[in-house]
Design a protein around this ligand. Structure first.
Ligand code: CP
Length: 312
């Protein structure tokens, strides 16, 4: 199937066929990553800019490496080093990048909806690399890729997501994506960290981590987002860890071959104990590697779409 989207702003409206196209292309890209020389000509002549208004290690670096492996011209702008610090608006920033010949902008922004706004004012394609409390679609795609790689399929699997769901754009994108792919999703968090009416998305919701882990094929822990905790959502990190932390005892309730995931960065000893994070069941570092392959696939599919438009 041809991938026809100009922008990737979220997974809320992305179809199963589109997700499968991205994951299948990522498999081919992962093969390239295993070669001695990772350089390919896929994006020769294309310009990719990563525009990050929040900190990042994995997402920013994997997009930049993906672009460079495929021979694109790639550059980064961080908010603190750009004219945003002098008061330039997001729209003006996007229009200026357009005039420099940018084909695709990868944006992370603390405001939900910032990528959607940018997409209305630029000629360049936009990929959302995390917007406020809304979505982080490429993280969910690499998570689904990692699940499919470990389990052979996504449909029918019991996937449990535990942690700060309220502040988690990773959880939101995974809920849309995993439900579209036919997984059975259970969400577990303190009631203060659960978004209202979450059940309406078709997930099971519980505040009991043992109930959530029982029979799971996949247990995904989410980071406690200390930077977004402006009021007392739970008494203390120690109490959170005691009640909701993923440890050996909690994992023993999951299926014998269950995998453990985390989007990173991990607060070791808070949402996940180190022995679980570093165990043989953990695919956390594979997620990082798969992130490069998935982002290579997306850059390829989305810039090729522009090329097809020009040819036709
Ligand atoms: N998972 C993730 O988005 O990590 P970074 O914040 O390091 O990009």
């Amino acid at each position: 199937m041809q991938f026809k989207r100009k922008h990737l702003l979220g997974l809320y409206d992305v179809t199963k066929e589109e997700i499968e196209t991205i994951l299948d292309n990522a498999s081919l890209m992962k093969h390239i990553l295993s070669q001695n020389s990772k350089k390919t000509p896929h994006l020769q002549g294309k310009s990719i800019i990563t525009l990050f208004y929040e900190n990042s290690t994995r997402t920013r670096m994997s997009f930049e490496l993906a672009a460079k492996y495929m021979s694109a011209s790639a550059a980064n702008i961080s908010a603190s080093a750009s004219s945003v610090a002098k008061g330039e608006t997001l729209i003006d920033t996007g229009r200026n990048l357009d005039m420099m010949g940018c084909d695709l902008i990868v944006i992370r922004h603390p405001m939900s909806g910032a990528p959607h706004l940018l997409s209305k004012y630029t000629k360049a394609s936009i990929i959302n690399a995390g917007d406020g409390l809304n979505e982080h679609p490429t993280q969910a795609l690499l998570d689904m890729y990692s699940i499919r790689e470990a389990k052979g399929q996504i449909e029918g699997l019991n996937v449990t997501i535990v942690g700060d769901v309220f502040h988690s754009r990773v959880a939101r994108s995974n809920i849309w994506g995993l439900k579209t792919m036919g997984a059975k999703v259970t969400i577990c968090a303190p009631s203060t960290l659960l978004p209202p009416e979450l059940e309406k998305t078709g997930v099971k919701v519980t505040t009991n981590v043992r109930e959530a882990a029982r029979g799971a094929d996949v247990v995904m822990a989410l980071r406690i987002q200390k930077e977004r905790q402006h009021s007392g959502y739970y008494p203390s990190l120690r109490e959170y860890s005691n009640i909701f932390g993923i440890n050996k005892e909690v994992i023993s309730l999951a299926k014998k071959d269950a995998i453990i995931m985390h989007p990173g960065p991990i607060n070791r000893g808070v949402e996940l104990t180190s022995d679980v994070a570093d165990s043989g069941r953990s695919v956390i570092l594979e997620q990082v590697q798969n992130g490069v392959a998935v982002r290579m696939a997306l850059l390829y599919l989305m810039t090729r779409r522009n090329m097809d438009e020009i040819i036709n």
